[in-house]
Each structure stands twice: as structure tokens, then as C-alpha cells.
Design a protein around this ligand. Structure first.
Ligand code: PGA
Length: 256
């Protein structure tokens, strides 16, 4: 973590928590949220589409932002099954998630479509959390930096934007319990930061948060956040229970 950039803890609920579960989560979280939580710690959740409105309503007046897991790049049209940014803005959604490995793996998203989405969402005023990361086979073949370089070169928006957040998520660590060590995470994050310098200049690169994701838990988050280029976590499984999410926020708060 870096005191100027602060820390962002984001919960990716994936296809979990219907409206009733979302309400229960929010109510439990609100009762535990510390009013004195440092402004440097930001909280964000990505509920499934049909739970967004409930989440938005329940978190009104708190510092928990609500984001959508999948948003199309076009503003309207013949895209059966898709949802546009405008529809999400109408219910107060501030943030979009782009390029998650599950979207790449199961729904055919590519670096090119990730870039299209990111640029469109940023232009529409959203904060965008853009995910990338290597598979186990790529890491074992010594290809990690090559893959990250390609994903960043082809997937990042052409222009820097203050609302852009990166999330390095090694695919082998997602949902497996195999967290990257703090040193492995830092290595990839420092590499990504260097790429950001070459793409957007040193000042913009220094302002961009890079989250780590992949089996983050309340137990290992402190070690990860202790690294200079790890600016937060994108957390799946451990973010689903309010007490887990609170523990993550409290651990982040201990740095300030
Ligand atoms: P996990 O998921 O924390 O359950 O590994 C992280 C993610 O997919 O964003």
C-alpha cells in the first residue's frame, strides 16, 4: 500500500447473493462498519445484476460503493441479454468490473473487448476495475511477464483516466486457496506499474491503484497490502460474509 493512493477493498460476489441475501449482508455490514474508518480505505461490492438495486438502496448513506460485474460497451441496441451503462447509472451504480478471468474463460471476452468496455465505461463516467492475470500453465512456462505485458498493452484504455483501477488476478489463485505470496504479488504489481509508466507517464502511473485478487482472506490480506505496489484487494469467496468483508476492511484500516 501507498499512503497517497490509499486502499480499495472490493468484493466480487460473482453469481451469489439474491436480493434477500444482499439485504441481510448489507444490514449486518452496516452495523459493523466503523464510523471512524479512515477515508483512505474505500469499500466496494459487486453484487449480481438483480441484486444491484437492493444493494444500492441498503448502502445509501454509507461509504460502500456498488458496482456491476458485466456491462456492455454499446449504449443501446440489439444485444440480447446485455445491460448498458445508462441503465446502471439510472439506479446509481458507480463502478464496472471488466476483464475478469471468468468472463474471459466462459464468455469469450478478449483483450480487445476488455479495452472496448473499459474505454466506453470510463467515457460514461464509471470507475472501472480492469482485471488481468496469467494462468498456471503460463506461469509454469515462465511466460508471466509476457502475458501480463500483452494483456495490458492490448486491454488498457488508450488514454489514462483517474477512474481506472487495475486488478492483477493470477488465474491459478482464483477460488483455489492458492494465494500468490506477497513477494509474487509485488513482482507482478511492480511490473504492471512499470508498464503504466511507459503507457501513461510516471505521474499517472503513480496515481493508479493496482488491486490483487485470488484467494485473498482476512488472514493473508495484511501481508499482501504491506507490499508497496499492492493497493487493495478484489476478493471473491472471503467477501461473501459480512464478517469476512469487515475483517478485510479492518485489516486495511490498520495501515492508517
Ligand atoms: P477468490 O476470487 O477471492 O474467491 O479467489 C477472486 C476473484 O475472482 O475476483
Amino acid at each position: 500500500m501507498n499512503p497517497t493512493r490509499g486502499i480499495l477493498i472490493a468484493g466480487n460476489w460473482k453469481m451469489n447473493h439474491d436480493q434477500a441475501a444482499t439485504r441481510a449482508f448489507a444490514q449486518a455490514l452496516k452495523s459493523g462498519l466503523s464510523k471512524s474508518m479512515s477515508e483512505k480505505v474505500q469499500a466496494l461490492v459487486f453484487p449480481p445484476m438483480l441484486s444491484l438495486e437492493v444493494a444500492k438502496r441498503e448502502f445509501a448513506g454509507t461509504r460502500v460503493r456498488v458496482g456491476a460485474q458485466n456491462v456492455h460497451f454499446e449504449e443501446k441496441g440489439a444485444y440480447t441479454g446485455e445491460v448498458s451503462g445508462g441503465m446502471l447509472k439510472e439506479i446509481g451504480i458507480t463502478t464496472t468490473l471488466v476483464g475478469h478471468s471468468e468472463r474471459r474463460q466462459y464468455f469469450g471476452e478478449t483483450d480487445a473487448s476488455v479495452k472496448k468496455r473499459a474505454e466506453s465505461h470510463l467515457a460514461q463516467g464509471f470507475e472501472v476495475v480492469l482485471c488481468y492475470g496469467e494462468t498456471r500453465a503460463e506461469r509454469e512456462a515462465g511466460q508471466t511477464e509476457k502475458v501480463l505485458e500483452r494483456q495490458l498493452r492490448e486491454g488498457l484504455p488508450s488514454e489514462w483516466n483517474a477512474r481506472l483501477v487495475l486488478a492483477y488476478e493470477p488465474v491459478w489463485a482464483i477460488g483455489t486457496g492458492l494465494t500468490a505470496s506477497p513477494e509474487q504479488a509485488e513482482e507482478a504489481h511492480a511490473f504492471s506499474r512499470k508498464f503504466l509508466v511507459s503507457r501513461y507517464g510516471a505521474e499517472n502511473a503513480a496515481r493508479t491503484k493496482i488491486l490483487y485478487g485470488g484467494s485473498v482472506t482476512p488472514e493473508n490480506v495484511h501481508g499482501l497490502l504491506s507490499q508497496p505496489n499492492v493497493d487493495g484487494g478484489l476478493v471473491g469467496g472471503a467477501s461473501l460474509k459480512p464478517e469476512g468483508f469487515l475483517a478485510l476492511l479492518n485489516s486495511a484500516g490498520s495501515f492508517f
